[in-house]
Design a protein around this ligand. Structure first.
Ligand code: FES
Length: 337
């Protein structure tokens, strides 16, 4: 199959484009973060200038780029295919500050109980919309009376046609009570996002991830993103919960470790009763890390979950060399009504 080269004007970046793929897909596949919105030729967010080379559209021009713009060299990267090597003048979206904050409607397509107190929501965006985000970011669900609740996206950015959220039940929690007792498939919600700066950092240092409960959601997004981009960094995932049944995606985490030699998975139970035959780690999740390492100064540490867990990590891990500039955290504060 023919492959063309695309260079980004004024930037030392290039990527390959296969003959059968659109330019935007090729760029994203190779971790070149170009801007986009709908990915179906409607919004114009991906419009960029082709300063050299030939492109073609499988289904002709769409309303987001008119004949005049086309003749001036502007192209919709989510629709155009390469017919030769290209030079593209495009803005890069290489930090969370450069993503566009948007309010969007979405429809609940699945509401599945994963454990006693966690459900997974899958939300469909309108057909003409996609949400560009970085792995690890969150959205707000907008509720009546100007109230909002924040949830991390558990899907990786390359799977942006559906948003996946892990909702933990809190007694009296405004959204979680609704999600556990009243929310049904096909319900319409309004969201705002992407938000937050808890994302995978550029680095070649090995990683320790210390996660509590549904702090697993953004970590799932980050790990699936790393796998998709063949990031070979060593990842040591510690997931702390109370009981074995709370490891609500244990098989998925285990499958990463089985399939990828750079990923290790260490589940930790804080309330493993004698009756459960648990042979893995017990105690608090930060204690498991203290037990396993004498010196973590060479590691990047990502931690995500309830504030007491994050505090325990921040307070105890300096004793084994935690580099304070290399810790990235997302604290799941519980908002009261
Ligand atoms: S036109 Fe919307 S992303 Fe290309």
């Amino acid at each position: 199959m023919t492959t063309y080269k695309a260079n980004l004007a004024n930037q030392p970046l290039c990527f390959d484009i296969k003959q059968d793929e659109v330019i935007l897909d090729a760029a994203l596949r190779q971790s070149i973060s170009l801007p986009y919105g709908c990915r179906n030729g409607t919004c114009g967010a991906c419009k960029s200038k082709i300063t050299s080379g030939e492109i073609t559209y499988k289904n002709g021009l769409t309303p987001a780029v008119n004949e005049e713009e086309h003749n001036q060299g502007y192209a919709l990267l989510c629709q155009a295919r390469a017919e030769s090597d290209l030079v593209i003048e495009a803005r890069m979206v290489d930090s969370t500050a450069e993503t566009t904050l948007r309010k969007l409607p979405c429809r609940v397509t699945s509401c599945e109980k994963l454990s006693n107190d966690v459900i997974r929501l899958l939300l469909d965006l309108p057909k003409t919309e996609r949400l560009q985000f970085f792995a690890g970011q969150y959205i707000d669900i907008l509720m009546r009376g100007d109230k909002r609740r924040s949830f991390s996206m558990a899907n990786p950015p390359h799977q942006d046609q559906q948003i996946e959220l892990h909702i933990r039940y809190y007694n009296g929690g405004l959204f979680s009570e609704y999600a556990f007792h009243n929310l049904q498939e096909k319900t319409l919600l309004r969201i705002e996002g992407p938000l937050g700066s808890f994302t995978l950092q550029e680095s070649d240092r090995p990683i320790i991830m210390i996660v509590g409960g549904t702090g697993f959601a953004p970590i799932k997004s980050i790990i699936e993103h790393a796998i998709h981009h063949e990031d070979k960094r060593e990842i040591n995932l510690y997931w702390g919960v109370r009981k074995e049944a709370d490891l609500y995606m244990n098989e998925l985490a285990q499958s990463w470790a089985n399939q990828y030699s750079n990923i290790n998975y260490i589940p930790v139970l804080s309330e493993a009763g004698k009756e459960c035959n648990w042979s893995g780690k017990t105690g608090f999740v930060h204690e498991a890390v203290l037990e396993d390492y004498e010196d973590i100064s060479a590691f990047d540490v990502y931690t995500c979950g309830p504030p007491p867990m994050i505090n325990a990590v921040v307070e105890s891990l300096p004793s084994i060399g935690l580099n304070k500039n290399r810790i990235f955290s997302d604290s799941f504060e519980f908002a009261t009504n």
